[in-house]
Design a protein around this ligand. Structure first.
Ligand code: ADP
Ligand code: MG
Length: 557
């Protein structure tokens, strides 16, 4: 027999496995969804690879998933005849977690206050294959890469190490066998040796999988359990919300329901369907460098690629889902897609549809919108810099903290509707924190006048306020820069006289201060903006704000 190697799990993987073994996750049924989802992905990959590589020696005649239960042995097997894995792939893909944001997730998990908080985090992260260890005390995986000669057998109890061994006669694809934990006599909900129970779970979580999922009926021939219909091609009246949600979990690898489902169907000469989702929480990697975009591309029901960056702009990278285009070649590459006119048209439509969906949400379901903005607002605001065409639409769906109501961000529309008579600009101040801004002496005159000021504390705010001229014909005006004009015309004339007089009165003081402060300031002048503080430092209209200055300095510029 072939030699058995014992290898160690990567440390993040070990920590995750510990969690699964002591499973604090309440809905254990999800393990099956993960295994079926992986099997389906493996079949998608094989179909695509065999289209592209005519020399691949793979059998694609009857691609399917099979599930078998054995109540005596207490095992459950999920089998596919898809792409399979080589030995090195097994080690890399099953022995480690390659997902970005994992370290961050584990840190947060350690800090989680209670079981509910931990569950929530696990749900957001999505555990994948390791979910098997919620229900099994040993897992065996036998796999052979399509076109490869030798198979591999992987086995583990999830306790730190796994074994790996070559096998001679493994069939193409992957079989995962779970050795189920001893029966829980108190909890019959979790009897995964029951074929009826497994069928029920498959129907519930994996019905839309486009490959046949077969199970043996009453002893005889296997039958297909799922309806296999591509959800995006069905009319929305035929599809239940639950079905959309389960599909979302399959494409996004999220364990939680989406916030919103978006459908789009274009007919005619250039046909495509899109089924998109706004998640209910930001992914762990939203602001990491290696973050991915979440829309999959299909061509005529055939899976082509994950993370299709040509379909959504970077600032909408959190949008998940599927686009199925009818007229593209199955051989399209990422490079070709970037140039493709049809893809560019689809992308424009998707962006507009997402923005208009959020706009509708603002009035139709304010609470949902608030969740959306809390989770994704920082990413969406990047669009103010990148997406010139939709700038106004992005401003329309944006919210900002403001001095109007400390607990509730405001839309610009609402800000404008509250503008005082004679107020010409939309006032804002950027800074590191709300309290820093509110305690700033710049605020005094605005408070006294009853003018509302937007309180902008995200780093991205520093950037877009310089790039975006205004909203609804009103300019954005920083209260910390340049000469801020808070007076009406008549007032101005009267104060002008008074100001000249005061300037004369204080001339020697101003000259003396200017000399004393030397190069540290450009100019010392009397201010109209202070009410209680004696002095404040003001930036020139075109100067960097203190936060930007700090950012540039941190970047070494
Ligand atoms: P995810 O599906 O989110 O990538 P998983 O933990 O579910 O994470 O799976 C990890 C990886 O292992 C998959 O990305 C895939 O490359 C590989 N894998 C898992 N199951 C299979 C399978 N049945 N056939 C081929 N590869 C698989
Ligand atoms: Mg998976």
């Amino acid at each position: 027999t072939a030699p058995i190697e014992t290898l160690e799990f990567q440390s993040e993987a070990r920590q995750l496995l510990q969690l699964m073994i002591h499973s604090i996750y309440s809905n254990k049924d999800t393990f099956l969804r993960e295994l079926v989802s992986n099997a389906s992905d493996a079949l998608d990959k094989l179909r695509l690879e065999s289209y592209r590589d005519k020399d691949l020696e793979a059998d694609t005649s009857d691609l399917h998933i099979a599930i078998e239960t054995d109540p005596e042995a207490r095992t459950l097997t999920v089998r596919d005849n898809g792409i399979g894995m080589t030995r090195d792939e097994v080690v890399a893909l099953i022995g480690t977690i390659a997902k970005s944001g994992t370290a961050d997730f584990l840190t947060k998990l350690k800090e989680a206050k209670d079981a509910a908080a931990s569950q929530d985090l696990i749900g957001q992260f999505g555990v994948g294959f390791y979910a098997s260890f919620m229900v099994a005390d040993k897992v065996t995986l036998v796999t052979r890469r399509a076109g490869g000669a030798e198979g591999v057998r992987w086995e583990s109890t999830g306790e730190g190490t796994y074994t790996i061994q070559p096998v001679e006669d493994a069939p193409q694809g992957t079989a995962v066998t779970l050795h189920l934990k001893p029966e829980d006599t108190e909890d019959h909900l979790y009897d995964y040796t029951s074929a009826a129970k497994i069928r029920e779970i498959v129907k519930k979580y994996s019905d839309f999988i486009t490959w046949p999922i077969r199970m043996k009926g009453e002893g005889e021939e296997p039958e297909t359990v799922n309806s296999m219909k591509a959800l995006w091609a069905r009319s929305s009246s035929e599809v239940t919300e639950d079905e959309y949600h389960e599909f979302y979990k399959h494409v996004s690898h999220d364990w939680q329901d989406p916030l919103e489902t978006i459908r789009l169907q274009a007919e005619g000469t250039f046909e495509y369907q899109a089924l998109l989702f706004l998640p209910s929480h930001a992914p762990m990697d939203l602001f990491l460098r290696e973050r991915k975009r979440g829309v999959q591309l299909y061509v005529k029901r055939v899976f082509i690629m994950d993370d299709c960056e040509s379909l959504v702009p970077e600032y909408l990278r959190f949008v998940k889902g599927v686009v199925d285009a009818q007229d593209l070649s199955l051989n399209v590459s990422r490079e070709i897609l970037q140039q493709d006119r049809q893809i560019q048209l689809i992308r424009r439509r998707l962006v507009k549809k997402v923005l208009s969906t959020v706009k509708t949400m603002m009035t139709a379901d304010a609470e949902k919108y608030a969740t959306f903005w809390r989770e994704f607002g920082r990413a969406v605001k990047e669009g103010l810099l990148d997406d010139f065409e939709n700038r106004e639409a992005i401003l329309e769906i944006s919210s900002f903290a403001s001095t109007h109501d400390a607990d509730k961000p405001t839309s610009l529309r609402d800000y404008v509707s509250r503008m005082k008579e004679g107020q010409e600009h939309i006032y804002f101040m950027t800074g590191e924190s709300r309290s820093a801004i509110e305690n700033s002496p710049h605020m005094e005159a605005f408070r006294a006048k009853g003018y509302e000021v937007l309180v902008l504390t995200d780093p991205i705010d520093e950037m877009w306020v310089d790039a975006v001229p205004g909203f609804d014909g009103k300019q954005f005006q920083s209260i910390a820069k340049g000469q801020v004009d808070l007076e009406s015309e008549e007032d101005k004339k009267a104060t002008e006289v008074a100001r000249e007089q005061r300037n004369k009165d204080f001339e020697s003081l101003l000259t003396w201060m200017g000399t004393a402060l030397g190069d540290t300031v450009k100019e010392v002048r009397l201010s109209s903006r202070l009410t209680t503080s004696p002095a404040c430092i003001v930036g020139d209209t075109h100067d960097l704000t203190p936060t930007l200055e700090k950012m540039y300095r941190a970047m070494g510029q």
